[in-house]
Design a protein around this ligand. Sequence first.
Ligand code: S3P
Length: 168
Amino acid sequence: MKNIVLIGMSGIGKTTIGEYISYKLKKDFTDTDNLISNNMKLSIEDIFLKFGEKHFRNLEREVVKKISSKEDLVISTGGGIILNHKNITDLKKKGIVFLLDGSIDIIVSNIKKSSVSRPLLKSTSNLYEKTTSLYNNRKNLYFSSADYIILVDDKSVEEIGDEIIKIF
Ligand code: S3P
């Protein structure tokens, strides 16, 4: 069976929804950020601080190459996975790519609630502006990378997960 690949902005719910789908379909769940962090034995924030974003993107690329040859997984990706089109080409070889899309309000509110630190979107006073600008810069890449676009606004995790399962 093919992989279910979730892409989208930080805070849109890729991990939570991915875990729900993996539980419902009894498929293994994997998360590119977790793989990178476990390999390096460092948090994503520390990798950014010590080695910079460029190095993080190289690590992300290596992880994508490895998981793209596997099957039957639910894969949650880091928000910047779309920045390298080779990542998407690889992930599509054995996977269907679902973009989780929603309002900036939802993204910002989830980031504020989350315990995960996002180096590119730190909880500062201008989080809304930063998120809007990151989203606008990436919007075209997100949409052109997706096989399916799933709107998350006003839906529960179960509703979103079931919508993806139905398409899959
Ligand atoms: C990033 C998103 C993060 C993580 C890193 C960079 C981005 O993942 O990969 O902080 O560029 O948007 P999440 O989307 O899981 O927050």
